[in-house]
Ligand binder design. Structure first.
Ligand code: MTE
Length: 320
């Protein structure tokens, strides 16, 4: 399939980051230090072995998806070493260092709530690997950095259709594995474990919402949420919950972990919105990992043409 839809994130080739601006990590660090921008450095000092451990390639439909951006991918090394996965610690390098032994096979997902086919599913019974496709999405973290990742996965809607929620189900709730032995960050009370996220059913069924099992043509690395994570590109990164073990269909809006921990700072919707600041910082700009200059953040992370109608009539300052 050809990418022929005129979307805000379908930049023309000459708008893509020029090669000379796309500094390698060492150059970036040197340049950052020279400019006294140490606090903005995108890479933590972590063990660099994460990117060189054995990796399993995936088979997927290589046709470019209409929802994919043609922007420059974030470098694999960056995407796999600069991560947020509080189950392994709060530093960006913690998960790359401490998640490598996470046992991801066998992996089951409990499906419960208002659903016709509840049960404990093996991951391969929920996610049909013959349907895997690549989606190149931007992910914009609430902390004002962003990246472009070639995800491999299937639309969340395909999984929802497989288990058939009842008409009473208005929301979908996700839970990450709770296993403090494997996930040392869960021994601290930085969040109320397990990590929980949720979406309204119409958001969950939107074709942009993806359940990812891989990135860059390979199985997800543990630090990026192996074996399965959500990717909701028009929302701040914290909605994209990792290492999912439970999917529940609910009548009431789930209380997501970040809203529970700091309700003034993090809401349920968490749509990327440059006009609504985080109480402690502006959301107007972002720094793409690997780039030098900050760029303006786009409403709904640039996916507004597709998703704005989900929120028509809603006050997005109130429902942030
Ligand atoms: N999922 C779980 N279970 N635990 C987390 O700490 N962090 C979130 C999200 N999913 C997080 C999580 C945040 S804040 C972001 S920005 C994204 O994961 C980052 O995804 P990445 O590390 O693969 O870039």
């Amino acid at each position: 399939m050809l990418i022929n839809r005129n979307r805000p994130w379908h930049l023309s080739e000459n708008a893509v980051t020029p090669e000379e601006l796309y500094l390698n990590r060492r150059d970036f660090m040197k340049a950052g230090a020279a400019l006294g921008m140490m606090s903005f450095l995108p890479f933590p000092a972590v063990a660099q072995d994460a990117a060189i451990k054995p990796e399993t390639s995936l088979t997927y439909d290589p046709a470019p998806n209409i929802y994919s951006t043609r922007e420059q991918h974030t470098r694999y090394e960056a995407a796999t070493t600069y991560t947020n996965f509080y189950e392994f610690g709060t530093d960006k390098g913690d998960a790359a260092e401490k998640a490598q032994k996470l046992r991801t096979t066998p992996w089951t997902i409990e499906v419960d709530g208002d659903v016709v086919r509840p049960g404990r599913y093996d991951i391969d019974d929920l996610i049909d690997r013959t349907q895997l496709e690549e989606r190149i999405y931007r992910l914009r973290c609430v902390e004002a950095w962003s990246m472009v990742i070639p995800w491999i996965g299937i639309p969340l809607a395909a999984v929802i259709d497989r288990v058939v929620p009842t008409t009473k189900a208005k929301y979908i709730r996700f839970e990450t594995l709770y296993d403090p032995q494997q996930m040392p960050g869960q021994r601290s009370s930085v969040l109320d474990w397990p990590y929980v996220e949720g979406l309204r059913m119409d958001e969950a069924r939107h074709p942009l919402a993806l359940l990812a099992v891989g990135m860059y043509g390979k199985e997800l690395r543990p630090q990026n949420g192996a074996p399965v994570r959500l990717v909701v590109p028009w929302k701040y990164g914290f909605k994209s919950i990792k290492s999912i073990v439970r999917i529940s269909f609910t009548r009431r809006r789930p209380l997501n972990s970040w809203q529970k921990s700091a309700p003034r700072e993090y809401g349920f919707y968490a749509n990327v919105n440059p006009e609504v600041d985080h109480p402690r910082w502006s959301q107007a700009k972002e720094r793409r990992i690997g780039e030098f200059f900050r760029r303006p953040t786009l409403m709904f992370n640039g996916y507004g043409e597709d998703v704005a109608s989900l929120y028509s009539g809603m006050n997005l300052r109130k429902y942030f």
